[in-house]
Ligand binder design. Sequence first.
Ligand code: NAD
Length: 262
Amino acid sequence: MTALNSAVVTGAASGIGRAIAEQLHRDGRAVVLVDLDADKLSAAVAQFGAGAVAVVGDVSAPSTHHQALAAAAELGDLDAWVNCAGITHNHPLPQLTAAQADLVIDTNLYGTLWGTQTAVGHWLAEGRGGAIVNISSVHGRRAYPDHAVYEMTKAAIEALTRNVGVTYAAAGIRANAVAPGAITTEALEESIASAADPSAAEAELTEFIPAGRLGEPGEIAAVVAFLLSDQTGYLTGQTLVVDGAMTAHIGFAPDPNAKRPQ
Ligand SMILES: NC(=O)c1ccc[n+]([C@@H]2O[C@H](COP(=O)([O-])OP(=O)(O)OC[C@H]3O[C@@H](n4cnc5c(N)ncnc54)[C@H](O)[C@@H]3O)[C@@H](O)[C@H]2O)c1
């Protein structure tokens, strides 16, 4: 009997991470869902059913990833690892405190670094290959006022991904990043809701997206699943931007009256 393949997905209790875990589970992998939020995590695992296990922990601690690895190895042959846990904070630089910067850097950057290290170390020790997808953001390459620390972490995630792609290609280990644009998750909805004028904030965001709408978590999950599949065996060290062409244009405001497919 062929062993089931397994995957680890961090930040899997909600939003994009949850959609990725769901997609990989639907595709037939056993999945380990890692998150800080124990309640949401157990709800997700209960909904997925067999072949889904929760690891409650902080991704900034290497031990969380070691626990996730042990759980994944128990479920099957680990061949995929997705570092998605992340937080977005915006702070004007003059008011930024060390505690605020540490939280974003620890979660986004160290969380991705330790997850990547754990997966790479495991595959090297086992003498087998595997695929990593790290979740960056359009903020990794473009700036938005007061998002300096978030943007530093996302640019660094892309540098880490490139390095792993180069260093471990010969060992059969691939690493790619996905940089989503504006995706309708709780995190984004909360950020829009906290604006002085939420509907103006949403309209302002959509105005610069040639696709004319925000993206769905499932649209990121589908790309991640593709990057983890054997179909992309020669693709590594890259970042794929999935943003409805938000960052591809040079000052184009889409026609609000354009006919778009429903
Ligand atoms: N939503 C977007 O528009 C968007 C755009 C670009 C990039 N991203 C990136 O996608 C990823 C997921 O974002 P989302 O919008 O789905 O957010 P989300 O808040 O819905 O999900 C993030 C999850 O990560 C978990 N988490 C946070 N800190 C953690 C920690 N220290 N340890 C373990 N788990 C932790 C949270 O509990 C949550 O379940 C993030 O890396 C974010 O930067 C999101």
